[in-house]
Design a protein around this ligand. Structure first.
Ligand code: ZN
Length: 323
C-alpha cells in the first residue's frame, strides 16, 4: 500500500469495497503529532468495522488509541461507526454546525424538513409521486430514530486549523460538508465534493429556518473555490484517490453547464414544470430515484434562474418555468 506521510501528518486510507455505484466507502486514519484521528466513520456494518480494526491492527493500534473523529458531513455512509466508537472511548467528534440537528435527528428539525419537501414537491408539480416520497420520509423518521448519533459533538471553527489541517466549508452535496487541506503536501480530504467515477449529487435541502438552499450553486462555488488551492491529491469519500483534481473539477463544472443547457432546451420546447422536466429528462428514473432526480432538476433550474436564463410564474400553486 502506498504511504501518504510528510513531516506533519500521515494519512492512512481505509477503503471498503461497496457493490453500489459508489464502488467503495472510504475513510481515513490520520496521525498528527500525538493524535490519532479518524476522518469519517464508514457505514454502520461489520465490513466497515472490520476494515477499521484491521487497519488499526496493521499499524499496531487499537480503537482505544483514537483521540478524535472528524466528520466531513452527516450522511449515513460517513458516520456509521461513530456510536460504536463513542461507546468504547468518549473522544470528541468534530462537525460543522449544520451537522448537529441532522446527526442528532432532532425531531422538530426533521418535521420542518418534511414540511419543506411537501411544499417543494407540490410546487414542482409532482402530485402523487411527491406525496409518496413525503410519506416515505415520514416513515424514515420513525424507522431511523435509533441511528441518532450519541457522541461528544464539537462544532468546528473554520477559522482555526484542526490537527494541522485547514478546514474549508464545501457545501452542495450536503449543507454541512467540509474539506480538510494539508498545505505541507497539498492533500485534500474532500468528503463527497469530488468523486473520480461519478458526479456527486447536490441534494436539495432546507436550511435551519426551512428555506431552500441553492445546493447546486453552492456545489459549483465549492468546486470553484478548490481551483484556487494548489491541490495535488484528493482523498475522496468514495472510489479511487484523485491524482489530477484540477482536471476533474473542470470536467464536473463543464458537465453541470452542459446539463443546464439541455434542460434549458426542454424549457424552450415548452416543458414548464419541474415534474415534467424530470420525467422527460430522466424517464423511468423519475419513479425509481425520485428524490435524486428532483434534486438534479431543481438544482439546475435554480442555476438557470440565477443566470437570468429562465424565469418562473406560479399558477395554481405550481411553478411554471419559461425561457
Ligand atoms: Zn458518501
Amino acid at each position: 500500500m502506498r504511504e501518504f506521510k510528510n513531516s506533519k501528518v500521515e494519512i492512512i486510507p481505509i477503503i471498503v469495497p461497496d457493490h453500489t455505484s459508489l464502488k467503495s466507502i472510504n475513510y481515513y486514519l490520520v496521525k498528527y503529532d500525538h493524535e490519532l484521528i479518524l476522518v469519517d466513520a464508514g457505514l454502520n456494518n461489520n465490513d466497515s468495522l472490520h476494515a477499521l480494526e484491521h487497519t488499526l491492527q496493521c499499524n499496531d493500534l487499537s480503537i482505544h488509541d483514537l483521540t478524535a473523529i472528524i466528520l466531513t458531513h452527516h450522511h449515513i455512509d460517513h458516520v456509521g461507526l461513530v456510536n460504536h466508537i463513542a461507546s468504547l472511548t468518549p473522544i470528541p467528534v468534530y462537525v460543522h454546525s449544520e451537522s448537529i440537528p441532522r446527526l442528532k435527528r432532532d425531531d422538530s428539525f426533521l418535521q420542518m424538513r418534511i414540511e419543506f419537501f411537501s411544499t417543494l414537491y407540490e410546487q414542482m408539480g409532482c402530485g402523487h409521486t411527491g406525496r409518496k416520497q413525503v410519506n416515505y420520509l415520514q416513515q424514515a423518521v420513525k424507522k431511523n430514530k435509533e441511528l441518532a448519533i450519541h457522541a461528544n459533538l464539537q462544532v468546528i471553527d473554520e477559522k482555526n486549523k484542526l490537527f494541522g489541517f485547514e478546514i474549508f466549508e464545501v457545501p452542495g452535496h450536503a449543507p454541512d460538508q467540509i474539506a480538510l487541506f494539508d498545505r505541507t503536501s497539498n492533500w485534500l480530504i474532500s468528503g463527497d465534493l469530488l468523486i473520480n467515477h461519478i458526479s456527486s449529487n447536490a441534494l436539495v435541502e432546507p436550511d435551519q429556518s426551512g428555506k431552500q438552499m441553492h445546493t447546486l450553486i453552492d456545489h459549483m462555488n465549492s468546486l470553484h473555490n478548490c481551483l484556487s488551492l494548489p491541490i495535488k491529491l484528493v482523498f475522496p469519500g468514495h472510489g479511487v484517490l484523485i491524482e489530477k483534481p484540477m482536471e476533474l473539477i473542470q470536467k464536473r463544472l463543464q458537465g453541470i453547464e452542459e446539463k443546464a443547457e439541455r434542460i434549458l432546451l426542454l424549457i424552450q420546447e415548452g416543458i414548464s414544470t419541474g415534474s415534467e422536466l424530470a420525467q422527460t429528462y430522466y424517464k423511468n428514473k423519475y419513479d425509481t430515484q425520485f428524490s435524486l432526480v428532483m434534486s438534479e432538476i431543481i438544482g439546475h433550474l435554480d442555476y438557470l434562474e440565477a443566470k437570468g436564463r429562465i424565469h418562473k410564474d406560479m399558477k395554481k400553486g405550481i411553478w411554471h418555468y419559461t425561457a
